[in-house]
Design a binder for this molecule. Structure first.
Ligand SMILES: [Zn+2]
Length: 402
């Protein structure tokens, strides 16, 4: 089981699927490698005896017919990788048996001091990139785990299971994965995403998220004759960024605290723009942040004489409520974890997941760990043992006696 899982993972990470955040939203998928991987997965699914669907949504669906009655169970992973660091041309390096020491790669070192979890996998198998790219365990590990689960179920008819649906989505890292989704082809009301982090962690909720595009109109004149005439949009932008509560910024919040973060800021005296994101686990908390931002923007206009437009967009919502309203989703998962002797920890993720989008369609989507660490970075690593634990868990969830 271990060797085929590792083999699959190494194969998938070498396919270039870095998404393009500039194009996503207009071109889908935003990069051709994503479709290449989906077509490979489609032929692998069909070889396993699954029926497949790939339509205008650019989401690949596979279905393994069940050999018992019962509601379909769905699993999901995304084919794209992040573009925070180079993500194409991945050359995976397998450290086996891992010696428990710092891992030196081209130009970087993954130290045990900064990665105390590494020690857990001494004498096991750890996979990294060569240090020049990310590894792509986010979310090729999820894909490999789901495909391996299907392969095991398909090859052993003595395992009873209901219909299993799997979904592979594009452009998750750009926030566009579920812009379109074949909901009318979905029978399941619970869809486990396999896109998490450390071994044992199950995400049962996420932030509520909104973002604000703030466009400031000022008036530029020659600085020598600016008195009483210039309305400096940049000063207003700086004021807005600075006035966001210091204790509630991304860099000063953790755990279940929400935050404001200025993600970009640019302009001239004539006009300036800021892009601010807001996050909160509670919807009234998010509303409060939006009200604070609007009040700060109004103050900037009063002080600097600028005219500002502040357009707030809702990005995603905490899916904890939908998971709680389908108690079966977590009961099945907890029973499955018990059956394989796995201790799980239920967590609220400080980000969003595909589950947040599915929740708005009434589908419960707890997110299962893959074992990936330092995601979206050159120092990304994953232990095969944690991928195997995740595989055991999804298999136990899929089995009829779960
Ligand atoms: Zn991911």
């Amino acid at each position: 089981m271990a060797s085929t899982l590792l083999g699959r993972f190494l194969r998938y990470v070498q396919i270039d699927t870095m998404s393009n955040s500039q194009l996503a939203g207009s071109v889908r998928p935003s990069t051709s490698g994503q479709e290449e991987l989906m077509m490979l997965l489609r032929s692998e699914l069909e070889e396993l005896g699954c029926s497949t669907y790939y339509g205008p949504e650019s989401v690949l669906q596979g279905r393994l017919a069940g050999n018992m009655t019962g509601e379909s169970i769905a699993f999901m992973a995304h084919v794209d990788t992040a573009d925070d660091v180079p993500g194409n041309g991945v050359k995976p390096v397998v450290h086996s048996p891992y010696n428990g020491q710092d891992i030196a790669l081209s130009g970087i070192t993954i130290s045990t001091e900064e990665n105390p979890d590494l020690i857990r996998y001494k004498d096991g198998t750890v996979v990294t990139s060569d240090g020049t790219t990310l590894l792509g365990s986010d979310d090729k590990a999820g894909i490999a785990i789901i495909m391996e689960m299907l392969s095991i179920l398909a090859s052993d008819p003595s395992i009873s299971h209901p219909d299993i649906e799997v979904y592979f989505t594009p452009d998750e890292e750009t926030g566009h994965s579920l812009d379109r989704f074949p909901y009318e082809h979905m029978n399941a009301s619970v869809c486990y995403t396999v896109d998490g982090t450390e071994e044992g962690i199950i995400d049962i909720g996420c932030f509520n998220a909104s973002s604000a595009s703030v466009r400031i109109r000022g008036r530029a004149v020659h600085p020598g004759s600016a008195k009483g005439v210039m309305r400096n949009a940049l000063q207003a932008a700086a004021f807005i960024a600075q006035a966001l509560p210091g204790g509630e910024r991304a860099e000063s919040s953790s755990g279940e605290e929400g935050f404001f973060a200025v993600m970009s800021m640019s302009g001239t005296a004539e006009s300036a723009e800021l892009f601010v994101i807001m996050r909160d686990f509670h919807s009234d908390g998010l509303q409060r942040r939006e009200n604070i931002l609007k009040a700060i923007v109004n103050s900037a206009d009063l002080i600097y004489g600028t005219e500002t437009e502040c357009v707030i967009e809702q990005n995603y919502s905490n899916f904890a409520g939908t998971v709680a309203s389908h108690p079966y989703a977590m009961e099945r998962l907890r029973r499955a974890a018990d059956s394989i002797g796995l201790a799980i920890s239920e967590n609220m993720v400080r980000g969003g997941t595909d589950g947040a989008h599915l929740a708005s369609h009434g589908i419960a989507s707890p997110d299962i760990f893959t074992g990936g660490h330092n995601l979206h970075s050159l120092s990304e690593w994953i232990a095969l043992e944690s991928m195997e634990r995740s595989l055991e868990l999804v298999l136990a969830i899929a089995k009829g006696d779960a």
